[in-house]
Write a protein that binds this ligand. Structure first.
Ligand code: FPP
Ligand code: MG
Length: 347
């Protein structure tokens, strides 16, 4: 009798998998997102709803994450990002923080098990965030997982821990400044090494050695009409005859242009430099962001990366999130695909 019911459930599971594959084939007629990000909200509320201990909600949340990962990779989504622990979460009760860290440690080990999802789908794992803030065992486990999966290349899982978007942006700007300062030192250093000390002195006079230059692409010096206005102002103040003033103004403008030209050649911080130093720089920007439990806040998650992203906020709590919610989010993404593509091309 037991054997029969086991066989029936196996048959049932097989049919469900088959139907899911058929559904994914139909969805794949349209564009499939490269990257889906999740804010896994509502785990404690789920535990309360079930009259269980708070931790049971997070455990159920992990199971839900595993099913969602399976669906995403089956559908052909290459990158999945999850918000597992924000820097603000450190402000929760110490017992809860400890519980979450212990759960993370246990689950990281589970992820790496031979039979686990990581090997099934060939997933490379990244832990994204200010990892220095994690306790040592979790940090070591996270580093071990990144190293162990570094050669996997079929799919990518990005787990954001000790992460907030503002912290990531500050980190990226600081790193870009450090890099450019190094470039600037090399630039000045090579001038001295080439015996062009005159040039260095000249740069100093022009204030070019003071630090980094942030360029404005529109800033091309005085326009012709401004130069005429400047000449007029000098004439009005009785600062010389018109020919004399015009010559002086032109000379000044030429010098200005020279300084600007020199500044243009100096290392400057550009958008791509900041992007390169983002923790999330290892993945393309997400196409879809799903936040469970009906909340519509971003809560300091991927603020930089979601400028052109389809947002979805199903009302269910994270452990209740199912295939239908994912399918709905993907269909919405496909509906607005042309719009987002146009926006991306403009950038
Ligand atoms: C937010 O729900 C969720 C978290 C703070 C943690 C979620 C973590 C997991 C599911 C485990 C992940 C583990 C690995 C290894 C990836 P909440 O606590 O804010 O719930 P609430 O909104 O009901 O209060
Ligand atoms: Mg919450």
């Amino acid at each position: 009798m037991e054997k029969m019911s086991g066989r029936t459930s196996q048959l049932f599971r097989g049919s469900v998998t088959f139907l899911r594959k058929c559904l994914f084939n139909v969805i794949s007629i349209g564009p499939i997102p490269d990257h889906i990000a999740f804010i896994m909200d509502g785990n404690r509320r789920y535990a309360k709803k079930q009259n269980s201990a708070e931790g049971a909600g997070h455990k159920a949340g992990y199971s839900s994450l595993m099913s969602m990962l399976g669906y995403c990779y089956e559908l052909g989504v290459k990158y999945v990002t999850v918000y597992a622990f924000s820097i603000d979460n450190f402000k929760r009760r110490p017992e809860e923080v400890q519980y979450l860290m212990d759960l993370m440690l246990e689950k990281i080990d589970e992820l790496l098990e031979h039979e686990g999802i990581i090997n099934q789908y060939g997933i490379r794992v990244y832990f994204i965030g200010n990892l220095k803030l994690l306790n040592e065992p979790v940090r070591v486990a996270a580093e071990k997982a990144m190293k162990a999966t570094a050669k996997n290349n079929k799919a990518v899982l990005l787990v954001c821990v000790a992460y907030t978007s503002r912290d990531e942006i500050v980190h990226a700007v600081k790193e870009s400044c450090k890099n450019k300062r190094r470039e600037l030192q090399t630039h000045l250093g090579s001038k001295v090494a080439n015996g062009a000390s005159e040039g260095v002195e000249e740069d100093k006079k022009m204030g070019l050695n003071k630090g980094l230059v942030i360029h404005d692409a529109q800033d091309d010096g005085l326009e012709g009409s401004e130069a005429v206005e400047k000449t007029d102002r000098m004439l009005y103040k009785g600062e010389g005859n018109s020919d004399d003033i015009a010559t002086r103004t032109c000379k000044g403008l030429l010098e200005d242009a020279e300084v600007r030209e020199k500044q243009r050649k100096l290392p400057s911080i550009k958008l791509v430099d900041v992007e390169k130093h983002m923790y999330m720089g290892v993945a393309p920007n997400p196409d879809i962001l799903i936040r469970s439990s009906g909340e519509t806040r971003l809560s300091n998650f991927l603020l930089w990366q979601t400028a052109n992203c389809s947002l979805s906020s199903p009302a269910v709590l994270w452990p209740e999130l199912g295939l239908r919610h994912l399918v709905w989010a993907v269909l919405n993404f496909q509906r607005s695909y042309q719009y987002f593509e146009k926006k991306r091309k403009k950038i």
